[in-house]
Design a protein around this ligand. Structure first.
Ligand SMILES: [Zn+2]
Length: 263
């Protein structure tokens, strides 16, 4: 935990009785609250800035996201540098809330549809030897009696994700100007990719639920780290040279993350 000057206060607020209920972001903004965004590492974090008669800058995070209270005369630079100093805490708490808010599990039945490469995949259940058969927009899970479909579905999606990532790596690596790195799959709920010059790149198989352009952005992002192991302006310029819509992709990625199916 970074040390803080005494004038900063940072707290995670829960839903306590009597707490002022603000409208959800996007629905309406309370007077005096200014919606803003800040980039923290790989993330664009929206927040509400509220200036008022107070003496310190305070950060709070709950199910509505990050809110910042600041004295009237505080500059935006001061506000942002405080958020940046606590970026690890901010990202961690936001992830906590996001995981708590995750959608209901999907019931895997014959005919269930799940998001897949920007469209939908219709699942069919059949009796068989625990394997999956791909069709046009369909996936048939052939299950031994009594076997739940979840594990077979995940295995099939992981295989498909690996194929898709592999097919994108070569052309995108050439555009980024790096050699094709080794690929591994990950399954963290809140991290889409990571990169190491030694072991190559890891991509989250759950990206297979997202549109191809979004997946391309994540691949390009990790490949670009092979040239710049940071999020410097040169890194983002490289990302943008390959993926000119990368800002929209980053925003979409966060929106989509809230709707990843699980079962
Ligand atoms: Zn990055």
């Amino acid at each position: 935990m970074p040390t803080r000057p005494a004038s900063e206060s940072v707290e995670a607020t829960g839903l306590t009785a009597g707490q002022l209920q603000l409208p959800l972001a996007g629905v309406g903004i309370v007077a005096g609250e200014e919606p803003r965004r800040i980039t923290l590492g790989d993330r664009i974090v929206p927040y509400l800035l509220r200036r008022g008669p107070r003496r310190t800058i305070g950060l709070s995070i709950d199910h509505r996201g990050l809110r910042v209270g600041a004295p009237r005369r505080t500059s935006l630079t001061e506000v942002e540098s405080l958020i940046r100093r606590h970026s690890e805490w901010v990202v961690e708490k936001l992830d906590d809330w996001r995981t708590r808010r995750r959608p209901e599990p999907v019931a895997l039945r014959d005919g269930t549809r799940i998001p897949f490469l920007g469209g939908e995949l219709e699942l069919h259940l059949a009796v068989g030897s625990n394997r999956a058969i791909w069709g046009l927009g369909t996936l048939t899970l052939c299950l031994k009696p009594g076997v739940a479909p979840g594990a077979i579905l995940e295995k099939a999606l992981r295989e498909r994700a690996r194929e898709h990532f592999t097919s994108r790596l070569a052309p995108l690596a050439a555009t980024v100007g790096v050699t094709v790195p080794p690929l591994a799959l990950s399954s963290a709920r809140t991290r889409w990719g990571s990169c190491s010059t030694r072991s190559g790149i890891r991509l989250n198989w759950r990206l297979i639920h997202f549109p191809e352009a979004i997946i391309d952005y994540v691949v390009v992002h990790e490949l670009a780290h092979l040239r710049h192991m940071n999020h410097s302006p040169r890194f983002w310029a490289l990302v943008e040279s390959v993926c000119c819509d990368y800002r929209a992709a980053r925003v979409a990625l966060q929106r989509l993350a809230a709707h990843i199916p699980h079962w």
